[in-house]
Design a protein around this ligand. Structure first.
Ligand SMILES: [Zn+2]
Length: 153
């Protein structure tokens, strides 16, 4: 009769640090986020504006050139959809006592939506179509966390 032996046992999580390059389009987007600015890029063929920027238009498949078509956008937008959750986005094992609202927000002047938390808005107040604006982090570093979330405009 064989006996199973545990040679090495680790309980808990293993942390792995890594870096990856986001590409030229997102690089420009994050450089602007660091300056607390939102930029999008406009499809030369159909005119749709993307936030975050992209290389191929999701509507007409046109190519959005890196050299031109960049537009400055405001830090305001509209809630297009939302969900209320008690779980943290990146840690599904722990519940938070206070539910948080995760929303899809269409930055004014763009045709797409980005996903962020809504801050200081009660779950019963939230509505599709609500006007919101960015709450920037005190310290920006050129990544998605530069936007802390969105608050009522
Ligand atoms: Zn297009």
């Amino acid at each position: 009769m064989s006996e199973e032996k545990i040679v090495v046992g680790n309980k808990g999580l293993i942390r792995a640090e890594f870096n990856f390059w986001v590409g030229q389009y997102m690089d420009r987007f994050y450089d602007n986020l660091e300056k607390r600015k939102i930029v999008g890029n406009k499809c030369p063929k159909c005119g749709d504006v993307f936030v975050p920027p992209r290389k191929i238009c999701g509507k007409c498949n046109g190519i959005l050139p890196l050299e031109k078509g960049w537009i400055d956008l405001p830090d305001t937008g509209t809630v297009t959809n939302f969900t209320i959750t008690s779980y943290r986005v990146n840690d599904r094992s722990s519940r938070k006592a206070k539910p948080q609202i995760i929303a899809m927000i269409q930055i004014n002047g763009s045709n797409t939506a980005i996903i962020y938390r809504l801050l200081d808005i009660a779950p019963e107040e939230i509505k599709v179509g609500m006007k919101v604006k960015i709450e920037w982090n005190d310290k920006t570093k050129g990544d998605p966390s530069d936007i802390k979330g969105f608050v009522k405009a």
